[in-house]
Design a protein around this ligand. Structure first.
Ligand SMILES: C[S@@+](CC[C@H](N)C(=O)[O-])C[C@H]1O[C@@H](n2cnc3c(N)ncnc32)[C@H](O)[C@@H]1O
Length: 345
């Protein structure tokens, strides 16, 4: 496994994330912290007790995740940040880390959060079957919960929605269609693309910063129209990756790590790479996520959740005075929010 060279544009390690967040943090409230620690300890002590008594892992994680979500919403960001290491050091973490999905996220085998291997736990891909099969009974039961948590359901829907968009664009624009995927991961959405199978795409460029993911795409899609490219957001912004123009460009699982400023710059850059009437789509985890507290504590997976207004703000700041069609919409369970922008003429 080769370590990806992080470009500093996406906040894909908890340290980068905290650094960026703390530039705008609110004043630290000591009293609030004390009461939040008390409240969280009560929840985690109870979960620990129930695990030790052989309680139902699925029920335990469900209650814990709900309580953490409520707590996260109730306290200041700075207080919540201070709670993270306390949760991670609580004895109950030993149980939660038996879930292979939680463990992968927490230990970060590729050195950063949200790698494509992690997403394979959500997709139930055979590449992670060993980790799942080797888990303890508690770990398996926890995984049954985490793989079907609302955020996981939304990510599987996102993959399928991307396949549909690619196929629809190829159907509308014909065999010359060119697609660009930014932060492609393992490009699992291409597995079920009819257009790809039927040679209805002329070029599908899949860009990612992680050499292991790029290698996986090269291996899985050898002999197809897919071109795997090792490259980064920084490379796109500085024009080090010059890739040409496209009918459809999209990024899923990336904006969740981009500050507003970088998100706008990247969106503008993508709009410049669109052919006339081409479409850019980006997705972001939404603020409706109910397992955010669990993700940030036991999975050590911080994300920038965005509202419909946040998405609109990025879209309008990126478009400026240009005339373009845009839409914002949610996935079915509202855990992922999407924006599309179409370049006119
Ligand atoms: C959560 S995965 C999403 C993978 C895929 N799009 C999906 O939905 O399954 C995030 C991907 O973004 C890539 N990534 C993160 N920051 C990046 C950057 N600054 N430049 C290029 N790729 C980046 C990671 O390497 C990882 O493969």
């Amino acid at each position: 496994m080769r370590q990806a060279l992080l470009d500093g544009q996406s906040l894909i390690t908890p340290a980068l994330f905290t650094e960026s967040l703390y530039q705008t943090k609110t004043a630290f409230d000591g009293d609030q912290l004390e009461s939040a620690v008390f409240s969280m300890s009560k929840t985690l002590d109870q979960a620990n007790l129930e695990f030790s008594r052989g309680g139902n892992p699925s029920a335990i994680i469900d209650t814990t995740a709900r309580e953490l979500h409520l707590l996260r919403n109730r306290v200041d960001t700075s207080v919540w940040q201070a709670l993270l290491p306390i949760a991670q050091e609580h004895p109950v973490a030993e149980y939660f880390l038996q879930d292979p999905f939680t463990r992968w996220s927490f230990t970060k085998p590729r050195g950063y959060s949200g790698d494509a291997g992690l997403l394979d736990f959500i997709y139930g891909h055979s590449d992670v079957a060993n980790e799942i099969n080797n888990a303890s009974p508690i770990g398996r039961a926890l995984y049954d919960y985490t793989k079907d948590a609302s955020s996981s359901v939304a990510v599987r829907e996102r993959r399928d929605l991307l396949t549909k968009h690619v196929d629809a664009v190829a159907a509308a624009r014909g065999k010359e269609t060119e697609i660009l995927t930014i932060a492609a991961g393992h490009l699992r959405e291409a597995n079920r693309s009819q257009a790809l199978q039927e040679d209805g795409i002329s070029r599908w460029v899949a860009l990612d910063q992680d050499p292991d993911s790029v290698e996986s795409i090269r291996r899985d899609f050898a002999g197809t129209r897919i071109q795997a490219v090792e490259g980064s957001v920084r490379g796109l912004l500085t024009k080090a990756n010059t890739l040409g123009t496209f009918d459809f460009i999209y990024a899923a699982g990336l904006y969740d790590y981009l500050s507003r400023k970088v998100a706008i710059k990247l969106t503008q850059c993508c709009l410049n790479m669109l052919k006339p009437n081409g479409v850019f789509l980006f997705a972001n985890f939404a603020q409706e996520i109910g397992v955010d507290g669990y993700m940030e504590t036991f999975m050590n997976w911080p994300l920038l959740l965005r509202s419909e207004e946040d998405m609109s703000d990025i879209v309008s700041a990126s478009i400026g005075s240009n005339t373009m069609n845009s839409t914002i919409f949610f996935g079915e369970n509202r855990n992922v929010v999407y924006a599309t922008i179409q370049k006119i003429g």
